[in-house]
Design a protein around this ligand. Structure first.
Ligand SMILES: [Zn+2]
Length: 73
């Protein structure tokens, strides 16, 4: 993590592309309004990661509950 640059380019740690800083989400540390950080992943990578996670997890839970139900009459 690094301090938020106001402008310029930043490399995404996931896809490796060099993108404008606005392509990275900002988050704040609790209790420190002056501490803002950019994510090390670009918004597209975060979106893709979130999509994959959601796609994996409902399937996982469905599979788990199916097995569980099969054990319980
Ligand atoms: Zn990326």
């Amino acid at each position: 993590m690094s301090r938020v640059p106001m402008d310029g380019q930043k490399n995404c740690r996931r896809c490796g592309r060099q993108l404008h800083v606005t392509m990275f989400r900002v988050f704040r540390s609790y209790g420190a309004a002056d501490r803002e950080y950019r994510r090390s992943w670009c918004v597209e990578c975060e979106r893709e990661y979130g999509r994959n996670w959601r796609r994996r997890n409902p399937g996982y839970h469905a599979e788990w509950s199916r097995r569980y139900r099969s054990l319980v009459p």
